[in-house]
Design a protein around this ligand. Structure first.
Ligand code: PLP
Length: 293
């Protein structure tokens, strides 16, 4: 069965899907993106991701390339054509294709919209059972990390450093030595006093949609979540740690810079939040998609 992608109005075999060499996403990283998990046919927090897409677009002076309803249809149609119930949906909007010039192109330039999906199985993940390790690296990004831009080179370099050190993720450090977030995830620790710390969502980090869901879950579970920056030294002393993102969901962290966290195994509070998150996505608010093969 061919795999399909969506490119500017057409569903194309993935192998043939491409954009023009003058696309501003390719030339300038002049674009934004979103990632949504589809878990057992439920699009996790679709509303939050579409809202953030609109916000990212508006912060860089772009508009939605299509009415929201059409985009929601395309997401479902692409999943249907690819026969996927458990998947990651990637969508990217750029300022379109035009002769290379830093200034914005003419107003009537068509924005590019591309979507891809790939299978991702969320059950029985080894990293949920064993947890993962992270290292800390300097955060060398720009000052608008709240925008989900495709300009991801600093994150690419951070993640590569992690891989070269044999670990899963890199937590980035601001100039004062506080952790901002992971290369593609938000960072969390549970202190020995039982406070769940994560950095305040200002321009220094991306306001994760999963992070927002976790903050609601914490209220239900009566876990005290505090928006507070923390240092690597504080994280080594934590009783639990985890990372969150649409694709990583909630992944327990068992070592940071080689220091064992808590018992060195995924923590109970982390696993509890993970279970609640899955229930939230699959039952409470997720909108189940149904189609026959
Ligand atoms: N922070 C960064 C830098 C990310 O790239 C991501 C996700 O890709 C996140 C945080 C988590 O955001 P979300 O939970 O909306 O996926």
């Amino acid at each position: 069965m061919p795999r399909y992608a969506y490119v500017n109005g057409a569903y194309l075999p993935h192998k043939e899907a491409s954009v023009h060499i003058e696309d501003r996403g390719f030339q300038f990283a002049d674009g934004v993106y979103e990632v949504i998990a589809c878990i057992h046919g439920h699009l996790a927090d679709e509303r939050g991701h579409l809202d953030r897409l609109k916000r990212s677009l508006s912060e860089v002076g772009m508009k939605m390339p299509l009415p929201e309803e059409t985009l929601r249809f395309i997401i479902r149609e692409l999943l249907r054509r690819n026969r996927l119930q458990n998947a990651i949906v990637y969508m990217q909007v750029t300022r379109g294709s035009a002769r290379r010039d830093f200034a914005f192109p003419a107003e009537n330039t068509l924005q590019s919209l591309i979507l891809t999906t790939w299978p991702f199985h969320y059950d029985n993940l080894p990293k949920m059972e064993k947890g993962v390790s992270v290292i800390t690296v300097p955060d060398i990004r720009w000052k608008r990390r709240d925008i989900k831009t495709v300009a991801l080179l600093p994150q690419v370099l951070a993640k590569q450093k992690a891989i070269e050190k044999g670990v899963h993720e890199a937590w980035m450090l601001d100039d004062e030595g506080y952790i901002t977030e992971g290369s593609a995830s938000n960072a969390w620790i549970l202190t020995k006093e039982g406070l769940l710390l994560t950095r305040k969502a200002d321009n220094d980090i991306l306001r994760g949609v999963t992070r927002t869901a976790i903050s609601k879950i914490c209220m239900d579970l009566k876990i005290e979540m505090v928006e507070q920056s923390f240092t690597p030294a504080q994280s080594y002393e934590a009783s639990e740690a985890f990372m969150s993102s649409a694709s990583a969901v909630i992944t327990p962290i068992v070592t940071i810079d080689g220091h064992n966290i808590g018992t060195g195994k995924p923590g109970d509070v982390t696993l509890r939040i993970y279970e609640e998150y899955r229930a939230y996505v699959e039952g409470l608010r997720g909108q189940q998609l149904r189609w026959s093969a």
